[in-house]
Design a protein around this ligand. Structure first.
Ligand SMILES: [Mn+2]
Length: 338
């Protein structure tokens, strides 16, 4: 099995009053059709998105719907995430059969959870994040425990952050680049690095870093982090230059991933990668400096056990600085069939 997660900006729809639900539904349905969903599957997406948006208005009065294409071993799936800062809600009550969004003709979260291939929620006093992932009919491959959210400053169509994740039967290789500054030139720098990485994502991290450096010379340059998970060795190799944040988290402990100073494509000292052992079952989190670094997942009881896409969205919601492009990538270090 080979799956690649290429960089792309998360589509964000503001949900502030009921008139916006129809637009969100149509946008989601159209994206599903573009991704190759048939009419029935796209209709299922539309129904669930309608309910996610109604749920935002009911529990939080306003929030956002985030849409992403979802790479799959064969073709594409789709991801919809409802994000709000409301008081949260009782997940168990909302999931119970018979519960509906009172006053509306909602079908309830219980029904949503059965209409999506993947469903997960984190809700507390800071708000709720509700995840639904959809696979096309006949797509029986397991869910991949990779979640990402990416946003450019001021919704610029150019994003100076880029990532790339490659998953094979043997392991996972993940790249994050933050091109210096933001806008078109930052994007060019990041893209040059991603192109070089994509040629051989499982080459040794130190060699890859050299390749990226050569590819990014003449661009603005940027911060780079490469993390490779070897499932058989139960080991993570990490190399970072500049301000990409990295953490390895388990319910018991957290390890920070150390980066070296410098600018790839510009000046940096030759660096070695670091090895981290016994990483299976850990969450790998990589993030650009558009996210504050002072978060602690343990401030959110239970969040470490949630789907990586939920974790990424909670961190983005609560710690985005709002003055740079921002990317949060969360990977549960376990192979799908392990
Ligand atoms: Mn940045």
């Amino acid at each position: 099995m080979d799956v690649t997660f290429p960089s792309s900006i998360t589509q964000v729809l503001l949900i502030e009053d009921s008139s916006q639900i129809g637009h969100a539904r149509r946008t989601a349905q159209k994206l599903a059709e573009q991704l190759g969903f048939d009419e029935a599957d796209a209709g299922r997406v539309a129904l669930v998105v309608t309910e996610l948006c109604s749920n935002i208005l009911k529990h939080a009065s306003h929030g956002e719907l985030h849409l992403r294409p979802l790479p799959r071993p064969d073709g594409q799936g789709m991801e919809a995430i409802a994000v709000d800062r409301g008081q949260g809600f009782d997940v168990h009550a909302c999931l119970a059969d018979g519960y509906s969004t009172g006053g509306t003709q909602g079908i309830g979260l219980g029904a949503i959870s059965r209409m999506a291939e993947v469903f997960d929620v984190h809700a507390d006093s800071r708000g709720a994040v509700v995840l639904a992932r959809f696979f096309r009919r006949g797509d029986k491959a397991p869910d991949l425990a990779v979640g990402v959210t990416q946003h450019s400053l001021h919704n610029d169509p150019a994003c100076g952050d880029a990532f790339y994740v490659s998953i094979t039967d043997a392991g996972i290789s993940a790249l994050m680049i933050d091109g210096l500054g933001h806008g078109e030139h930052a994007e060019q720098a990041a893209r040059a690095g991603v192109q070089a990485f994509a040629l051989a994502p499982f080459a040794s991290p130190a060699l890859l870093l050299d390749d990226l450096h050569r590819a990014m010379i003449g661009s603005r340059g940027g911060a780079v982090a490469i993390a490779q998970f070897d499932a058989a060795a139960d080991c993570l190799q990490f190399i970072g230059i500049g301000n990409i944040g990295g953490s390895l988290l388990s319910p018991e402990r957290g390890r920070g991933l150390a980066s070296h100073p410098g600018i790839v494509g510009g000046q940096f000292r030759k660096a070695q990668s670091f090895d981290y052992a016994q990483v299976s079952g850990n969450c790998l989190i990589l993030y650009s400096d558009g996210l504050q670094s002072r978060w602690n997942l343990h401030d959110y009881p239970g969040l470490i056990f949630r789907h990586p896409a939920v974790i990424a969205s909670v961190l983005h919601r609560d710690f985005c600085r709002g003055r740079d492009d921002v990317t949060v990538l969360v990977i549960h270090l376990e192979l799908p069939h392990a």
